[in-house]
Design a binder for this molecule. Structure first.
Ligand code: GH3
Ligand code: MG
Ligand code: MG
Ligand code: MG
Length: 311
């Protein structure tokens, strides 16, 4: 059987999956660039450096085509700002310019451009070069997905938790906001696997994580798969709703699935237990200590009969 036609084709270029930001002060140049790329990519046109920079921050494009000589700020100065920006530094920048000197080209490449194209340019060559760089973008995105997401549940994984939770922690410290950090664990999941088999176990693990994810999303929370059937999560304090109600909503979301678990001593269906801590991050407190405290509360919830949260 030929399965190749069903495989993901990373070279696919016709679905406008990528956005190209063009920055050039000459509207005739912008028009030409648009005509070359618009059937294949989303093309955004901006006519000076400041507008281009603001647009880049707003849309985070996949690639930037940048003129050098512009009245407000030249492209060399702009690329320095782009490469210094945490949000934009990873975006490939291609200079398209009338500056043909060897020194100019070397300068552009040294400043971090991935390519340097002279005006006037061949439409087919610029199209091919842009495609080559977008292929690298596609591969980078794929690698990021593999590195940060769990393939079974499609939730972000432990690696992503480590980066995100520190960012959330720092943010809460700066803004003096309390956050909730917790651990979810499926009750008697070993018994489930033993009775229903691992394949079924995988399917329900996906359903459970999806249910808790959707429940937490309502409260700007996020959940990560950090172990086999263990998940870490956070959600910010919300003045409109009690933190405990959020935990109860997660609990209920799994109960509502009513997935039969005949051999569970708790209920005839699958349940979860949760341990969570409400905390104000400060210079004297540590994220790992808070996770440890949440873990102890999870143990308490298990000890007190499972299918409950301890807070
Ligand atoms: P408790 O209520 O105390 O948490 O009991 P438990 O059986 O869930 O706890 P334990 O940690 O002893 O077992 C966890 C089980 O989760 C063991 C393992 O087979 C199962 N598990 C972990 N990851 C996966 C997975 O990816 N797929 C499947 N099907 N099972 C998994
Ligand atoms: Mg110009
Ligand atoms: Mg368990
Ligand atoms: Mg466990």
């Amino acid at each position: 059987m030929d399965s190749s036609s069903h495989q993901f084709n990373p070279r696919r270029t016709s679905d406008k999956a990528h956005t190209i930001l063009c920055i050039d002060d000459e509207s005739a140049n912008l028009k030409v660039l648009s005509s070359i790329f618009r059937d294949h990519y989303t093309v955004i046109l901006t006519k000076n450096a400041e507008q281009g920079y603001q647009k880049a921050l707003e849309i985070i494009p996949d690639l930037i085509l940048l003129d050098v000589v512009m009245p407000d700020e030249n492209g060399f100065e702009l690329i320095k700002k782009i490469k210094a920006s945490h949000a934009l530094a990873h975006i490939p920048v291609i200079f398209i310019t009338g500056l043909h000197g060897e020194d100019d080209e070397a300068k552009g490449l040294k400043l971090g451009a991935c390519d340097y194209i002279h005006k006037p340019f061949s439409h087919s060559i610029i199209f091919a070069r842009v495609n080559t760089h977008l292929e690298i973008v596609r591969q980078r995105k794929l690698l990021e997905k593999f590195a940060n997401f769990d393939s079974l549940t499609e939730l972000p994984n432990r690696r992503k938790w480590q980066t995100d939770s520190h960012a959330v922690w720092q943010n809460a410290m700066i803004n003096q906001q309390k956050i909730n950090i917790g651990v979810v664990d499926v009750d008697h999941f070993k018994k489930y696997n033993d009775f229903y088999g691992h394949v079924k176990g995988d399917i329900v693990l996906r359903k459970i994580s999806n249910a808790v994810k959707r429940a937490l999303y309502q409260y700007d929370g996020c959940i990560y798969r950090c172990g086999g059937e263990e998940f870490y999560f956070y959600f910010p304090e919300n003045t409109q709703i009690l933190n405990e109600d959020v935990l109860a909503t997660c609990q209920q979301a799994v109960n509502d699935l009513a997935i039969p678990h005949q051999t569970s001593p708790v209920q005839p269906y699958l349940t979860i237990s949760i341990g969570a801590v409400n905390h104000q991050p400060c210079p004297n407190s540590q994220l790992l200590e808070v996770i440890d405290a949440a873990d102890r509360l999870l143990y308490q919830a298990k000890h007190n009969g499972r299918n409950r949260y301890a807070y």
